[in-house]
Design a protein around this ligand. Structure first.
Ligand code: ADP
Ligand code: ADP
Length: 228
């Protein structure tokens, strides 16, 4: 599903965020990406959704080489992935329904597809009763569940989550993780960058640890394992 070969990323300000990363993630895996701030976790997720391009190396997602992909093909790539962020990134003046529908509109889905898929996604995350609310009327957990509905509404093969529990309290964080486990058990690959050491320790999934742009550990059933 995801293959990186000897990937490096140097930003325009000469900061080298990643240095010679080789990483393979198979379909259906649940992978935690850990490491101190500045280790390169966000950069890695941005390379996988082609928000950034590598300076060197190869990034292959769903069999497609991203550095070689034309800009106009990027929407087709994003159809197969859902993104979830720490700050939710909902559109403030749109309702819950409209926020989720928007992910389908931008990929050209029909009205009937939207009418069918949006309520289904909202049901999956338990937000079906709040579909007419706007983000400011929701708790952080509800906003994040709406963002997850948006991420899964086009049945993605992959979910990329960058610190998705960073603004949630512990109970709400665990609710989100249960949702991710359900989504993962239906076959969706999940790559989650996180500082939530308690969640990583408890879930015993594959753990990839970055430090200074290098993978220093890649372990099945791993723990968080560095200073909290
Ligand atoms: P993490 O997610 O692990 O905190 P990042 O991938 O955000 O790490 O950052 C890795 C390094 O790259 C840091 O030194 C950061 O300051 C730098 N960096 C990240 N984004 C940019 C950018 N757009 N331009 C320049 N430097 C950046
Ligand atoms: P841009 O690429 O200009 O940021 P888009 O039209 O691609 O804008 O997306 C608009 C909004 O929809 C953004 O807030 C983005 O986070 C969200 N979005 C788009 N595609 C997805 C997706 N597959 N999963 C989750 N959110 C998405």
């Amino acid at each position: 599903m995801i293959q990186l070969y000897n990937v490096s990323k140097t930003y325009q300000n000469k900061v080298q965020a990643l240095n010679g990363i080789t990483l393979h993630i198979n379909k259906g895996e649940f992978v935690f990406l850990v490491g101190p701030s500045g280790a390169g976790k966000s950069t890695l997720t941005k390379l996988i959704c082609r928000e950034e391009l590598p300076t060197h190396g190869q990034v292959i997602v769903n069999g497609r080489s991203l550095p070689r992909m034309k800009n106009r093909q990027v929407p087709y790539l994003r159809r197969k992935m859902g993104m979830v962020y720490q700050d939710f990134r909902l559109i403030p003046n749109k309702t819950v329904f409209e926020n989720v529908a928007f992910a389908l509109e931008i990929i050209g889905a029909s009205r009937s597809e939207i009418r069918q898929a949006v309520p289904e996604a909202l049901r999956m995350v338990g937000m079906e009763k709040k579909l007419n609310m706007r983000p400011y009327q929701l708790s952080g957990g509800e906003q994040q569940r709406t963002a997850v509905a948006r991420a899964i509404v086009n049945n993605p093969a992959l979910i990329l989550a960058d610190e998705p529990t960073g603004n949630l309290d512990p109970d709400t964080s665990w609710e989100l993780m249960k949702l991710f486990m359900d989504i993962n058990s239906l076959g969706t690959t999940i790559l989650m960058a996180t500082h939530a050491w308690d969640i990583v320790d408890e879930m015993k999934k594959r753990v990839v640890q970055l430090e200074n742009g290098v993978i220093v550990r890649d372990e099945e059933g791993g723990v968080y394992g560095h200073d909290h």
